[in-house]
Design a protein around this ligand. Structure first.
Ligand SMILES: C[S@@+](CC[C@H](N)C(=O)[O-])C[C@H]1O[C@@H](n2cnc3c(N)ncnc32)[C@H](O)[C@@H]1O
Length: 195
């Protein structure tokens, strides 16, 4: 807890009105890779408390759309349409599709992490499963020039996952933003140019 309170990104988020320090991870990745564009449709998977959705909504502007999904409630954010539910459920997928209508997505971002059980193997398997579902979703719904950003954890299944992403995206890069804690084995993978 004291690490969290003393964390400079937590303090900055508080000052700058972001709901989470995670906002800075997306801001950093976007500053380098320019994935968020005005007018774009973005789907944010695992959105609560909402830092990434805030960043996405401000970058896509009024002409764009952000659809956010989480198991937990999300306090409303201007420009963000929220669906509360489990991304693994078909009914949640149907709700996303319903909100999309005929629109294709320009960017899928997934920061989903499962509830930590403390059993390493189980947690890693759950995290990989969520990342796989997010990848499947991106392949179905992204426009061909779109991008897919996903959080993964280094461990069992990680190498296979990158290989899989490389079979679907012409360019896959790994990103470890400064705002991602050093001791965390999380990494972000960014796929562009769907094959
Ligand atoms: C690290 S937090 C996301 C932080 C967020 N990107 C932000 O900027 O505030 C991970 C989120 O993933 C959500 N999550 C985990 N499993 C999920 C699932 N199966 N469906 C939807 N959301 C899920 C959790 O409820 C949690 O809110």
């Amino acid at each position: 807890m004291s690490e969290h309170v003393n964390d400079s990104y937590v303090q900055r988020a508080h000052k700058e009105g972001y709901r989470s320090r995670a906002a800075y991870k997306l801001l950093e990745i976007d500053a380098r890779d320019h994935i968020l564009k005005s007018g774009m449709v973005v789907v944010d998977l695992g959105a609560t408390p909402g830092g990434w959705s805030q960043v996405a909504a401000s970058k896509v502007g009024g002409g764009g759309k952000v659809i956010a999904v989480d198991l937990l409630p999300l306090h409303p954010i201007n420009g963000v349409e929220f669906i509360q539910g489990d991304f693994c459920d078909d009914s949640v997928l149907a709700q996303i599709e319903n909100k999309l209508g005929s629109k294709k997505i320009g960017l899928v971002i997934s920061d989903m992490s499962p509830n930590i059980s403390g059993i390493n193997m189980t947690d890693q398997a759950r995290a990989m499963h969520l990342a796989e579902l997010a990848l499947d979703f991106s392949l179905l719904h992204l426009q061909s020039s779109g991008a897919f950003l996903v959080k993964v954890f280094q461990g069992a299944g990680f190498e296979e996952y990158i290989k899989l992403m490389r079979s679907y995206y012409a360019r896959v890069v790994t990103r470890k933003p400064d705002s991602s804690r050093d001791r965390s084995n999380e990494l972000y993978l960014l796929g562009t140019f769907k094959i």
